[in-house]
Design a protein around this ligand. Sequence first.
Ligand SMILES: Cc1cc2nc3c(=O)[nH]c(=O)nc-3n(C[C@H](O)[C@H](O)[C@H](O)COP(=O)(O)OP(=O)(O)OC[C@H]3O[C@@H](n4cnc5c(N)ncnc54)[C@H](O)[C@@H]3O)c2cc1C
Length: 373
Amino acid sequence: MQVSQIQNLKVAVVGGGYAGASAALALLQLGADVHVYEQAPELGEVGAGIGLRPPTVEVLRKWGVFEEFEKVSAPSEAIEVYQANGELIARDPWPGINEYAQVNHCRMVHRGDVIETLLRLLPAERVHIGHKMVAVTDNGDSATVKFENGVEVAADLVLGADGIRSSVRNQIFGEVQPVFSHTIAMRAVISADDAYGLVENDNFRVYVGQNGTTVYFLPLRHRNQVSFDITAPSDDTAWAPEVTHEYIADLLEGFDERLQKIGQELDIAKMTNRGVFDIDKQPNWHTDSVALVGDAAHAMLHHQGQGANSAMQDAAWLAEAIQEGSDLKDALRIYQEKRKPITDVLQDISRKPFDIGDSFPETTSFAKGAGVE
Ligand SMILES: Cc1cc2nc3c(=O)[nH]c(=O)nc-3n(C[C@H](O)[C@H](O)[C@H](O)COP(=O)(O)OP(=O)(O)OC[C@H]3O[C@@H](n4cnc5c(N)ncnc54)[C@H](O)[C@@H]3O)c2cc1C
């Protein structure tokens, strides 16, 4: 699209998470008229640690904001896979780390810092918190969104960045039921001082148990913390399953004693416990005036740590498509055509539980414009 067309493009982004905040940043940089609507009444430090993968780091460099993320993250060289008892099986450099003009480490970061940094980079008047979307209407060349507080907005493009239970998706493309993976994830961010010396470097550790239990250990050394995740088989579909120290002790039996001790000392009240869901691959992500990004389009299980990364990379691919397309309709076609094959593969791979012998799949590189082969 020509610069003048993009400058006239009115975009309403529903959801201010990884996908929505990134898409807003990328489209604002192109000159589009973008507003973000987030249902939360305030923005708090929700969530735990993630790794921003090398291709995502490259996107941040392309947007000229890498330094902002550098300040709130730590550079990680490698992924380490351990037997439950602490025996090292493999240490692999992060896929893609050496495939750019400079070394792109994976950046260990707290979710709250990513969202806070992205939203801080947007002009304040373009971020509207306390706006819960209740209805979206596709009018063909435009779309209208209505919020619970009575506000109504018309836009050329409505972006559904409202997560796995996306209301935009369900209203425009048909109801999609999240699929339960029969696992729960129990997460806590603890002080590195309470990690029995396990936070030795910035490497991400995966401990794989015989009983289907996996511990994901993600250091946040710049915060003197570690993000500790136990993922285990379960049929508890509750939004926030209740866990006890006895339950955690059972799950961690046979694991490195230091992990068992950490498990026993977790503050249960501060843990975030969730049944783990994804969605099936969706046939279509867009109409002429509504499109999906992030989990709304392709929620995936967390075994490969790709969901948030994909959400942020979607924004870059969408912005490229908007520049490339002859008009918005063409741009949305290009976005789906180029991006969906990549996330389709990641959704498939992520359904496999982490298994010894697996290696983390090479992510496709935005910088190289590579697709999945
Ligand atoms: C246990 C676990 C561990 C994970 N670990 C990793 C990891 O290590 N690496 C990784 O890359 N990914 C990881 N993920 C995946 C990652 O969390 C998601 O893929 C990511 O949050 C998707 O971002 P999103 O912006 O699309 O959706 P969300 O983060 O769900 O954000 C959606 C936003 O939309 C808002 N919203 C929803 N409905 C409305 C509405 N009606 N109106 C207005 N606003 C609305 C919400 O409040 C929210 O702010 C993990 C997920 C889980 C469950």
